[in-house]
Design a protein around this ligand. Structure first.
Ligand code: DGY
Length: 320
């Protein structure tokens, strides 16, 4: 019987599907696998369901002699050494589409949360400071009529553009390749990255992490942004040079920042936590009941396909 390892407890109904066909072991502890545990598990299984925090690099792949597939429980797959796994004939899959709405909703929550100082206002009440209505208490920014710059115009970027319509935002976007076919649908204008930085009142990042996008936002880019811009990141932390962001905020530039992801997760720099105009979330982009259940079924289905000798639906590389 083929053996499957699930690196973290996910939806039980999805796991049940695997148990009908294979021997399944699950990391029952409510914690991430250590590197040592991952290295120990790699040689013993035919398929491994991985989390975005499990680094599947050359060392793991070389040990994974029987592994047919690493099925990530996430859409971003920067934890995989894609080229090496492909060379070794190992399938790598992700869970696209089903978390698009959840992540776009969260990006919008951050945009509104930062613009209207929601977290800061909540703290204000909890601290017992709300004694009277004041004309200038916790003034924020309106979205209506402003420009939203979307960096990365894939599924999630486009879902953010869809939401932007309802808020009366003008949408501009930057993407590695222009997406002319959807511009009319989202009333979105393609601009250069530099123009997007200069023109946007709000910026939402939705680009995958790659060598090309590592530190895409650094000092030079922050300097090009409007002094009172709002920046939101729900993609991957290393797309932003965190040190440069902290320096920018310390020099009283930018209206505020909303972060769901960080350069060295789960480490969140103390200086960011200490800033009132920064909202910090614990990487919950896809954390809805609907998305997480669907992600579990997609990952499990990819494993079933791979172990049944089929090419899984959500392969992250091209096999042609
Ligand atoms: C993903 O799937 O890549 C998300 O970041 C998880 O929340």
């Amino acid at each position: 019987m083929k053996k499957v390892y699930i690196s973290r407890m996910i939806d039980e109904d999805a796991v049940k599907l695997l148990r009908e066909k294979f021997h399944v072991d699950v990391n029952e502890e409510d914690r991430e696998l250590t590197r040592e545990e991952l290295l120990d598990i790699a040689p013993k299984y035919d398929a491994i369901l991985t989390m975005l925090s499990n680094k599947i690099d050359k060392e793991v792949i070389d040990l994974a002699k029987n592994v047919k597939i690493f099925a990530d429980y996430s859409v971003g797959f920067n934890n995989f050494d894609v080229a090496y796994a492909k060379e070794k004939g190992i399938y790598l899959t992700n869970t696209p589409d089903v978390l698009t709405n959840a992540t776009a909703d969260l990006a919008f929550s951050l945009l509104l949360g930062v613009a209207r100082r929601v977290v800061e206002s909540d703290d204000y009440v909890r601290m017992g400071l709300f004694k009277e209505w004041k004309p200038k208490l916790l003034l924020g920014k309106e979205l209506f009529g402003k420009t939203l710059g979307i960096v990365g115009f894939g599924r999630i970027g486009q879902a953010v553009a869809e939401r932007a319509k309802g808020f009366g935002l003008k949408v501009i976007y930057y993407n590695r390749s222009r997406k002319s076919e959807v511009e009319e649908l989202y009333s979105a204008k393609y601009v250069s990255f530099e123009n997007l930085l200069e023109e946007s009142d709000f910026i939402s990042i939705h680009t995958p992490l790659s060598d090309e996008t590592y530190h895409l936002f650094g000092k030079e880019q922050f300097d090009m942004m409007k002094d009172d811009a709002v920046l939101v990141n729900t993609s991957r932390g290393p797309v932003i040079d965190e040190e440069a962001l902290i320096e920018t905020l310390q020099s009283a530039r930018l209206f505020g920042v909303g972060l769901d992801v960080y350069e060295n997760e789960p480490v969140v720099p103390k200086s960011l936590i200490g800033m009132k105009n920064v909202v910090t979330l614990p990487h919950i982009g896809s954390a809805t009941e609907e998305a997480r259940r669907a992600m579990a079924f997609i990952a499990v289905n990819n494993i079933i396909q791979a172990l049944d000798g089929e090419v899984p639906n959500n392969l992250v590389y091209d096999i042609s």
